[in-house]
Ligand binder design. Structure first.
Ligand code: B12
Length: 289
């Protein structure tokens, strides 16, 4: 068996990942419960795919957040460029399970969620967009790639979620007329991995509806994505109502996406953060701790 560091974990890394002793990991390996190989030097190595299966079967719990993951994996940061290419191939072929496994593997071997969303998911989707624009990909193929990517992000979200009983509540959605909902799923997954209870209102959510929701549900944070601003002035008018409701309830507001770019647009949509990326959101969440 050849050992590529990014695909295998050590006994110590697993012990830290699952909060058990190294002796427990060795016992699971020696009794054949957990598959492992050996390096030429005789050290145990655990294939990430088997680790993921074992973790699900045993309910060993979700990986516990990006920082701990990176620490647990110990090694240098995961090379997302390779994952990007494999992820692109998996989503364009419609292989949802493979796409999901690639994202989870990247995370388990050290890539923080925000890197995965900014580099792997976004880069792959931009390639999908480029192919579609240059007629190399049909609308149907583009739809397949998008729904497969969405499935993979949701699957990753399920594995990393770690909201406790008193988790702060957040709500994510895409603005009115907006059907680009993949960034909303990424934001929800990132929040879940950071210990938030994050709800997803989906696409096409008008700001007046969001104002009502915030008044009733009082979430601590609202994240809104806009890829295209079709009705800027109309949205900006509704936004005033939403912003007032958010302020009155102490709700923080994060806006992200191409639709909120540019100084003049941002003046019409004041927020606690205008995020350029998921890294920005992750940093903002850390600043709230
Ligand atoms: C998938 C897709 C669709 C799907 C969306 C399905 C779905 N469920 O999401 C469908 C088929 C519905 C669609 C429709 C359309 N689309 Co489209 N679509 C795309 C595509 C291929 C990928 C978008 C995506 O998911 N990206 C992945 C996300 C994660 O990345 P991102 O949006 O770039 O976000 C990054 C940042 O902006 C930021 N971010 C964004 N939002 C948020 C939110 C928060 C909280 C945070 C923290 C960060 C953040 O984080 C990301 C990482 O850096 C892009 C191609 C491209 N180059 O982007 C075109 C693209 C966005 N679409 C485009 C167009 C033109 C359309 C249509 C008008 C096509 C048509 N003629 O009908 C419609 C409009 C529909 C509508 N009303 O919204 C254009 C937009 C051009 C423009 N800006 O004017 C693009 C760029 C394609 C192109 N090259 O022409 N589309």
């Amino acid at each position: 068996m050849t050992l590529a560091p990014a695909k295998f974990l050590t006994t110590r890394q697993l012990a830290r990942l699952w909060h058990v002793s190294e002796a427990t990991i060795k016992r699971w390996a020696d009794t054949g419960q957990l598959s492992s190989g050996r390096t030429v030097g005789g050290h145990r190595r655990f294939p990430v795919a088997d680790v993921m299966r074992f973790q699900t079967e045993r309910g060993l719990g979700a990986p516990v957040g990006a920082a701990t993951q990176a620490e647990a994996a110990g090694a240098a940061l995961f090379d997302t460029s390779q994952t990007d290419q494999q992820f692109f191939a998996a989503i364009t072929d419609g292989h949802a399970a493979e796409a999901a496994a690639l994202l989870l593997e990247a995370h388990m071997t050290g890539a923080p969620l925000e890197h995965i969303f900014d580099e792997v998911v976004t880069a792959s989707m931009r390639r999908v967009g480029d192919r579609w624009e240059s007629d190399e990909m049909s609308v149907a193929e583009e739809h397949l790639a998008t729904s497969t990517a969405a499935h993979a992000v949701e699957s990753l979200a399920g594995s990393v979620r770690r909201a406790g009983a008193h988790a702060p509540r957040a709500v994510c959605c895409a603005a009115e007329d907006e059907l680009h909902t993949l960034p909303v799923l990424c934001a929800q997954a990132l929040l879940g991995g950071a210990g938030w209870e994050a709800r997803n209102l989906g696409g096409h959510t008008p700001f007046f509806a969001l104002a009502e929701y915030v008044s009733k549900q009082r979430p601590a944070l609202v994240c809104v994505s806009s890829t295209m601003q079709r009705e800027l002035e109309h949205n900006a008018r509704d936004y005033t109502q939403f912003e007032a409701a958010a302020r009155a309830r102490g709700t923080r507001v994060v806006l992200g996406g191409e639709g909120f770019r540019g100084e003049s647009v941002r003046r019409k949509f004041p927020a606690d953060l205008h995020a350029e990326s998921f890294r920005d959101l992750a940093e903002f969440l850390r600043s709230l701790d």
